[in-house]
Design a protein around this ligand. Structure first.
Ligand SMILES: [Zn+2]
Length: 296
């Protein structure tokens, strides 16, 4: 059993210096899922689902993988009012177990879950969608400090809050933001009004929970029927991020005998030109069997 570590966020409320980070562009950024267009021939009604293919949401540049414990103090030293995931730390193989205090949880809005965390056609959906009416009050899940309050292409108007228990929560597709970066907020505070902004096809809240930039399925922490935490504590460990294996499979394709670029593009829901660009090849490049092509 790993040592259970309790994270304190004293620095959080004391105010943290802004640190700017270079945009991740490493080819090792295997979880950097980018926007994929569904070709016309494959268009179907699933395109009408609330897409939540937010660019910000796909800001998933964790190219540093920690096999050991998270370096002490690292989280607190990073603060950005721009990047959803300024950490670039992949916790897929984390050895540590971190205890998250769920006792003060407040459900952001009560409503029907319209889309769950998980694979959605060609891409991963990193949050839980809750139906609402435009103008409904969206409430903060825990005490904390607002890190981001702005408009993004995918999320629309959104708020990201860092909490004292170590989690960060994101509220997307809002119609109005009621807080500013660095605002101190309490669990249950109205931080925004619900809406349909960004890449959204109907009024709903896109709600995410992340730990050091790594999304966690909100439904493993919260019962969305009752709006109550499933348990007083949630243990973040490697198991929490097991789904990243599926994301990785989604991002790469291993060339097999008889494959063509157009065939691969169709299978992976992308285009030949995008495949060429991502893999630095041309449409005439001979594909060796076994070669791994980046597909998203
Ligand atoms: Zn969503």
């Amino acid at each position: 059993m790993n040592v259970v570590k309790r994270i304190k966020f004293l620095v959080l409320l004391a105010g943290v210096a802004s640190v700017s980070f270079a945009e991740p562009s490493s080819p090792d950024n295997i979880f950097g899922i980018e926007e994929i267009e569904i070709s016309e021939t494959e268009a179907d009604e699933s395109q009408l689902l609330p897409p939540d293919t937010e660019d910000d949401l796909n800001d998933f540049g964790d190219f540093v993988s920690y096999d050991e414990n998270l370096p002490e103090g690292l989280y607190n030293s990073i603060w950005s009012d721009v990047a959803v995931n300024p950490y670039n730390i992949n916790l897929y193989r984390m050895k540590d177990t971190v205890q998250i205090d769920m006792r003060d949880y407040h459900h952001p809005i009560y409503g029907k879950v319209t889309s769950v965390f998980g694979m959605r056609r060609y891409r991963y959906h990193y949050g839980t969608d809750i139906k609402l009416n435009i103008g409904d009050t969206v409430r903060c899940a825990f005490d904390g400090k607002v890190r981001i309050a702005k408009i993004g292409r995918g999320y629309g108007y959104y708020v990201l809050v860092r909490h004292e228990n170590g989690l960060e929560t994101i509220y997307g597709h809002l119609s109005k933001i009621l807080v500013k970066p660095d605002s101190i907020v309490c669990a249950g505070d109205g931080i925004a009004l619900g809406g349909n902004t960004g890449r959204s096809t109907g009024p709903h809240l896109h709600f995410e929970m992340r730990y050091v930039g790594n999304p966690i399925n909100p439904q493993s922490l919260v019962d969305f029927e009752t709006g109550r935490p499933i348990s007083n504590t949630y243990l973040v460990c490697a198991e929490t991020f097991k789904y990243k294996g599926a994301v990785n499979n989604l991002a790469y394709y291993t060339v097999r005998r008889g494959d063509t670029l157009s065939g691969i593009a169709k299978k992976k829901g992308t285009t030949v030109s995008k495949l060429c660009k991502m893999n630095n090849i041309t449409a005439r490049t001979t594909l060796k069997i076994g070669r791994k092509l980046r597909c998203s």
